[in-house]
Design a protein around this ligand. Structure first.
Ligand SMILES: CC(C)(COP(=O)(O)OP(=O)(O)OC[C@H]1O[C@@H](n2cnc3c(N)ncnc32)[C@H](O)[C@@H]1OP(=O)(O)O)[C@@H](O)C(=O)NCCC(=O)NCCS
Length: 190
């Protein structure tokens, strides 16, 4: 389903839409490419390739309450992807967790910002109270993006990422409140 269409700084027309099954192969190709372009994603080349079958199941799993996916396409090709998912645990039902990525050749054109706005609008309408995410502490572009959208760092996981070359990285846990929670302790008070 098409959500909106924008003209990027580059002059290209970019469409934001939820994926249908006809995008399954393109999404598998995207997933296998993006993991070669950034060290800031959880998946890397050491893992098995993403298959068409996995993407079909992923697309079919869409449900606004538990799994929302939005992709950015240019001329019908997937160039950016974002999603939120919520835990199946009852006591975590007010939180959704997001992930976001854009192909390197399209960075700094505002695509992730558009994807993020769609995620936040949809999560708000769906009734979530908190959106959370994790980001490596050395991911400057990611942290800039998240702070721009009002996410606050609320914790740090130390050495929870180990790269292929044996080096380690730390990860921030960040939250954005979509709704005021009475008496809630926020990051700024920590
Ligand atoms: C992080 C990522 C999604 C951003 O996508 P994008 O489409 O380039 O993002 P946007 O163009 O909407 O915004 C990027 C912002 O970061 C800023 N930025 C870029 N590089 C930066 C840097 N090194 N330091 C600080 N800010 C930086 C840009 O100036 C821009 O700021 P603005 O919106 O205030 O103008 C993209 O870089 C990416 O896919 N990276 C690899 C995967 C990844 O890190 N995903 C997040 C995992 S938590």
């Amino acid at each position: 389903m098409k959500i909106n269409e924008v003209i990027l700084k580059s002059g290209q027309k970019c469409t934001f839409q939820t994926p249908t099954l006809k995008y399954a192969q393109d999404l598998a190709d995207y997933a296998n490419r993006i993991r070669t372009e950034s060290k800031f994603l959880l998946s890397c080349e050491q893992e098995p390739k993403v298959t068409l079958e996995r993407e079909i199941a992923w697309i079919k799993s869409q449900n606004i309450k538990t799994k929302f996916i939005v992709m950015a396409t240019i001329k019908g090709k997937v160039i950016g992807l974002a999603d939120y998912s919520s835990s199946t645990k009852f006591r975590k039902r007010h939180i959704c967790s997001i992930g976001i990525s854009v192909l390197k050749e399209f960075w700094n054109l505002g695509i992730a910002s558009h994807l993020m706005q769609i995620l936040i609008d949809t999560a708000t309408k769906t009734g979530f109270e908190i959106v959370d995410l994790t980001v490596n502490t050395n991911n400057k572009a990611g942290i800039h993006l998240y702070k721009k959208f009002g996410f606050e760092k609320t914790g740090t996981f130390y050495n929870d990422t180990k790269y292929e070359d044996g080096t380690y990285a730390n990860t921030y846990y960040m939250q954005k409140y979509l709704k005021e929670i009475k008496g809630a302790k926020h990051a700024k008070q920590n």
